[in-house]
Design a protein around this ligand. Structure first.
Ligand SMILES: Nc1ncnc2c1ncn2[C@@H]1O[C@H](COP(=O)(O)OP(=O)(O)OP(=O)(O)O)[C@@H](O)[C@H]1O
Ligand SMILES: [Mg+2]
Length: 144
């Protein structure tokens, strides 16, 4: 378990960069936290940490965005898939767009906002869980 406190969006991004250092292909990262807790901001930091230079946008409407990791990065990671289930009606919608091709696959890291909605796809898999909460100072981020 690791705990971070961030006072600014920039610090939340830096936290994402340090989380990225411990990632390997096949990892599934669950981002839990209220609206505006900083989940997407953290994804931006993770992407930067993995050497991705694309602009990370929220996949609220697209459900799933995919980014390529530059060659020779850590742990055999080639793709990062960013999922946001906020507007999702059922897990089946993600199955329909091919989530099984990425989830837990060894060259891919999947990062999921609002994972509570797709428990059925996740319950028997190994996950890294990140809880983000608002505090008076900014945000508190727990990784386990
Ligand atoms: N430590 C911090 N202190 C203050 N603001 C922060 C901090 N970290 C992130 N933010 C800001 O919080 C706002 C919401 O962040 P973000 O969009 O990443 O949240 P989210 O959890 O993805 O929201 P949603 O639930 O809508 O997807 C952004 O303006 C971001 O810059
Ligand atoms: Mg978001």
């Amino acid at each position: 378990m690791k705990e971070y406190t961030t006072k600014t969006p920039k610090e939340t991004m830096a936290t994402g960069e340090s989380i990225a250092k411990n990632l390997h292909g096949g990892n599934i990262v669950l981002l839990k936290g209220d609206l505006g807790a900083g989940k997407t901001t953290l994804v931006k930091g993770i992407a930067t940490g993995l050497g991705i230079e694309d602009t990370i946008t929220s996949p609220t409407f697209s459900l799933m965005n995919m980014y390529e990791v530059p060659p020779n990065k850590q742990g055999g990671i080639q793709h990062v898939v960013h999922i946001d289930t906020y507007r999702l009606e059922s897990a089946q919608e993600l199955l329909d767009i091919g989530i099984e091709d990425y989830l837990g696959v060894k060259n891919t890291v999947c990062i999921i906002e609002w994972p509570e909605k797709i428990q059925s796809l996740l319950h028997d898999r190994k996950k890294i869980e990140v809880d983000l909460t608002h505090t008076d100072e900014g945000r508190s981020i727990h990784v386990r």
